[in-house]
Design a protein around this ligand. Structure first.
Ligand code: SF4
Ligand code: FES
Length: 250
């Protein structure tokens, strides 16, 4: 198949960016989207041109590194699919594909399609963990947890921290991401000790990073490759209200 790419090129965080058009003939429809970019980059290198910088790691939909906006939609046209798991058969011969980085003040562009998602790391460092010793794998059965609770916690833990929810939100809100992490830990007995301090610290850190608030429009849920539901945001709000009405934990 032959496609035309319009790719955001930006030298570094301080430079202005612009769309550059590339013709990409002889693309195999069984290639993944990132393999197609690899082929385009090989051709650019053969011509002595700078390859397109884009983030990737696992290419299996589990690490959350491969975030780009494809034709206006975070991670592209297929629901519940990361950019690395998208295949060129999702497009048609002759298509024009527009590729952009995540757009959010809290995710500054480093180069081309690569953004700095360190803000997510700092939110996790603020409270998205449990600091108690929960034992080893063999201790997991020591605390029995009802199956429905475990399932809900696991579904929340599926968040891969990709940032698509932020990119899709007109407020650049990190609420879906935070709510997944907060729900995961708030549902489990191991997350109780720091439960109130966690939600307050994470929300304060998100505010400091420049993420916006939530206006309940659901774009985040629509693009999330891991199907994290916005009902988690309601849980996070309840957690926050409870934490701030009661004496905060130290
Ligand atoms: S909630 Fe979904 S879209 Fe947001 S960071 Fe997690 S996996 Fe990505
Ligand atoms: S490269 Fe790991 S999720 Fe896409």
């Amino acid at each position: 198949m032959k496609i035309t790419l319009r790719v955001w090129r930006q030298k570094d965080a301080k430079s202005e960016g612009r769309f550059v058009t590339y013709e990409a003939p002889d693309i195999n429809e069984e290639m993944s989207f990132l393999e197609m970019l690899d082929v385009v980059n090989e051709r650019l290198l053969e011509k002595g041109e700078e390859p397109i910088a884009f983030d990737h790691d696992c290419r299996e939909g589990i690490c959350g590194t491969c975030g780009v906006v494809i034709n206006g939609r975070a991670h592209g046209p297929r629901s519940r699919t990361t950019a690395c798991q998208l295949h060129m058969r999702s497009f048609k011969d002759g298509d024009t594909i527009v590729i952009e980085p995540w757009r959010a003040n809290a995710f500054p562009v480093i180069k081309d399609l690569v953004v700095d998602r360190g803000a997510f790391d700092r939110i996790i460092q603020a409270g998205g963990y449990t600091s108690i010793n929960v034992g080893g794998a063999q201790d997991a059965n020591g605390i029995l947890i009802p199956k429905p609770t475990v399932e809900q916690a696991m579904d929340s833990a599926a968040c891969i921290g990709c940032g698509a929810c932020v990119a899709a939100c007109k407020n650049a809100s990190a609420h879906l991401f935070m709510s997944a992490k907060i729900s995961h830990l708030a549902l489990l007995p191991q997350g109780q000790l720091e439960r109130r301090r966690r939600v307050v610290a994470m929300i304060e850190q998100a505010d400091a990073e420049g993420f916006g608030s939530c206006s309940n429009e659901g774009e985040c849920e629509a693009v999330c490759p891991k199907d994290i539901p916005i009902s988690n945001i309601a849980r996070m709000t309840r957690e926050y209200v409870k934490a701030t009405l009661w004496a905060p934990q130290k």
